[in-house]
Each structure stands twice: as structure tokens, then as C-alpha cells.
Design a protein around this ligand. Structure first.
Ligand code: IPM
Ligand code: MN
Length: 354
């Protein structure tokens, strides 16, 4: 008998529930095939609930979520809710309070998937971004002075702690070693302008690097990182960076790996509960049409399996993703796949089962 995992499922907003159904199909197919089981508990959180009841993260829910083996999240964000409320009150709150201090985002181009980089292929686009996930500009430090007046001041501070940078950097070195690919870790920062924040990062990076003589180290400013990601993505293996830069470069990463239809990420607390999500958002304009690509959500489930140590199940799911994107889908874009959301989920589940 395989293990049983308790999975908290947050379908969330927009197309979140649609892609989540397909991710769970893949998860169930993988569990049947390889012999573990899951108990899935659904949580009604997101914009709909907020508009209905005014609740974002009701008391006790955080504690409940903290007791699961993992969390699978669809999408957060609602067109009728002012920007920032759900993002800060739910998504970032979960990341912060569950201390998911790494946001792990693979940028891998699968064979047969179209990339806007003309002369680049799967051998060139294969790296992972380790984004710090609890600090930096995201921590909400700052405020207004004289708001709404001509003398208005807005301050938004980037908080960088040695502990926060160092634990993220150490995770990145470990990950790079385990990945065992090019064995190269690049620090992405802005040491020429952000001379406090990235001085701290650079010193932490150099100190931790001494413990990993087998890993080659490199540094690139964030603007140059964007340039190399387009021009020479093959230079990267693992990139470690702060929260804001990581947010930006991983959207660029998603585009070069085939788009939001395939990009997934994990919010990792190595000592606690981690949360996996497609990174594309709630895509309100595609909601309810059964045309959104669920592969990114399936890829999130695959990352979850890997994290839980269900390696053979993760490999099955990854192979099913590779097969569906290379042989079936006409495009990874919503509405242009040649199949509906549910049909893509069925194909993935079929490939896992057989
Ligand atoms: C992401 C998203 C979030 C972020 C938003 C929705 C708060 O863009 O996961 O990258 O900025 O982290
Ligand atoms: Mn983002």
C-alpha cells in the first residue's frame, strides 16, 4: 500500500476551477497507476466568496491549511474586486503565513512546443528560477503621507533580511546540486543601484557558495538577465533572485517556454506545507468557456508529486504533459488548442493510465 496524502484544493477564481478539475484528473490517474492515495479537501476561497460574504481568509482556515501535506491552488483574482485585496489578503497571506519562502519556477521548453525565440530549442531553454517569496518589495512595508493632496508621498520599502536571503540562496544551491544539470547558479540582482539590498544578497551568496564548491557561480543584473533570457537562455541552469525581480523574470520565462498555458510554480516551505499553482492567473475573459489550457495546472500537480517524493508518479505526469503538447495540441493558447479544456485533461489522464 502506498502512502495517503491530504491535499487542500483551492480552485479559486475565474478559470481556476476549470483547470483544477483537469489537474485532479491527472493526480487521480497517477495515484491509481502508482499506488498512493489522496484525500482532497476543497476550500471555497477567492473573489466569489469575498463578494458573497466579505471573507477573504476566515479565522481558522490558515491553521487548517497548515495541517495538509500540500496545497493545490487554481487562481486568485476577480475583475469585480479592487486589485490588491485578494492578492494581498489571500495569495500573499498564504505564502507569508505558511512561510513558503521559495517560489520555484521551472522554465523548460518541451519538444514540439513553440517558443518566440526563433533559433532556440529544448536544449537551450531549460532552467529554474528560485524566487524569494516572503520579503523584498512584497512585504507591504511603507505607507502614504498626505494622500490625495499635491504634497502626497508614497513609500514602498524592500525588506531584505540576511536570514531570508540566505535560506533562499541555500535552497537554490541545494536545488542546483540535485538538478545536476549545468551545475551553475546565477544570482540575479541590481548591485549597481540597489547597493544595500543586493549588497546583502551578494555577501550571503558568496558566503553560502563556499559550501558548494561543485557549483559554478555567476551574477547578472536583472535587466541583463532579461536580455540573456532572450538572447542566450542556454547560459542559465538555476537563477536565484529576490521577490520582485523573480516575479518579473518568470513571466518572461513563461513566454519563452510556451506561454501561460504551461507555466507552473511551487511555493515551497521545506519544513512545512507547500502550495503549487499554475502561474497564469484567473483569466476572466476565458472563464466558463472550456477553452483554457489546463496543462499548467497539471504541471503544478506534477511539481507537487515531485515535492511529496512520489517520483514515479511525477515522471508519469510529466511524460503525459510532454506527449499531449507535442502530439495533440495545435497551440498552447486558450481557444486555439484544437481541444477543449476537459478534452485536454482527458488526454493527459489517458496517457498517465496507459
Ligand atoms: C505571481 C503573481 C502574484 C505575484 C500576484 C497575483 C500577487 O503575479 O504569482 O507571480 O506577484 O507574486
Ligand atoms: Mn507574477
Amino acid at each position: 500500500m502506498g502512502k495517503n496524502y491530504r491535499i487542500a484544493v483551492i480552485p479559486g477564481d475565474g478559470t481556476g476551477p476549470e483547470v483544477m478539475r483537469e489537474a485532479l484528473k491527472a493526480l487521480d490517474a497517477a495515484s491509481q497507476k502508482t499506488g498512493f492515495s489522496t484525500e482532497q479537501v476543497h476550500f471555497d476561497l477567492g473573489g466569489e466568496r469575498y463578494l458573497r460574504t466579505g471573507e477573504i481568509l476566515p479565522p481558522g482556515v490558515l491553521e487548517d491549511l497548515g495541517k495538509f501535506d500540500a496545497i493545490l491552488l487554481g487562481a486568485i483574482g476577480h475583475p469585480d474586486v479592487k486589485p490588491g485585496i485578494l492578492e494581498k489578503g489571500l495569495l500573499l497571506e498564504l505564502r507569508f503565513k505558511l512561510d513558503q519562502y521559495v517560489n520555484l519556477r521551472p522554465v523548460i521548453l518541451y519538444p514540439g512546443v513553440e517558443t518566440p525565440l526563433n533559433d532556440k530549442g529544448p536544449d537551450d531553454i531549460n532552467f529554474v528560477v528560485v524566487r524569494e517569496n516572503t520579503e523584498g518589495l512584497y512585504c507591504g512595508a511603507g505607507g502614504f503621507l498626505r494622500r490625495g493632496t499635491p504634497h502626497e508621498v508614497a513609500v514602498q520599502e524592500s525588506i531584505n533580511t540576511r536570514l531570508g536571503a540566505e535560506r533562499c540562496i541555500r535552497f537554490a544551491f541545494d536545488y542546483c546540486r540535485k538538478r545536476n544539470y549545468r551545475k551553475k547558479l546565477t544570482l540575479c540582482g541590481k548591485t549597481n543601484v540597489l547597493t544595500y539590498a543586493f549588497d546583502l544578497w551578494q555577501r550571503a551568496f558568496n558566503d553560502v557558495a563556499k559550501e558548494y564548491p561543485d557549483i559554478q557561480t555567476d551574477y547578472a543584473h536583472v535587466d541583463a538577465t532579461c536580455m540573456w533570457m532572450v538572447k542566450n537562455p542556454e547560459w542559465f541552469d538555476v537563477i536565484v533572485t529576490d521577490n520582485m525581480f523573480g516575479d518579473i523574470i518568470t513571466d518572461l520565462g513563461a513566454m519563452i517556454q510556451g506561454g501561460m498555458g504551461i507555466a507552473a510554480g511551487g511555493n515551497i516551505n521545506p519544513q512545512g506545507v507547500s502550495m503549487f499553482e499554475p502561474i497564469g492567473g484567473s483569466a476572466p475573459k476565458y472563464t466558463g468557456l472550456n477553452i483554457i489550457n489546463p496543462v499548467a495546472a497539471v504541471a503544478a500537480a506534477q511539481m507537487m508529486l515531485e515535492h511529496l517524493g512520489e517520483t514515479s508518479a511525477a515522471v508519469l505526469v510529466e511524460n503525459a504533459i510532454k506527449k499531449v503538447v507535442s502530439t495533440d495540441l495545435k497551440s498552447l493558447a486558450a481557444g486555439r488548442m484544437g481541444y477543449s479544456t476537459t478534452e485536454v485533461g482527458d488526454l493527459v489522464a489517458k496517457y498517465i493510465a496507459n
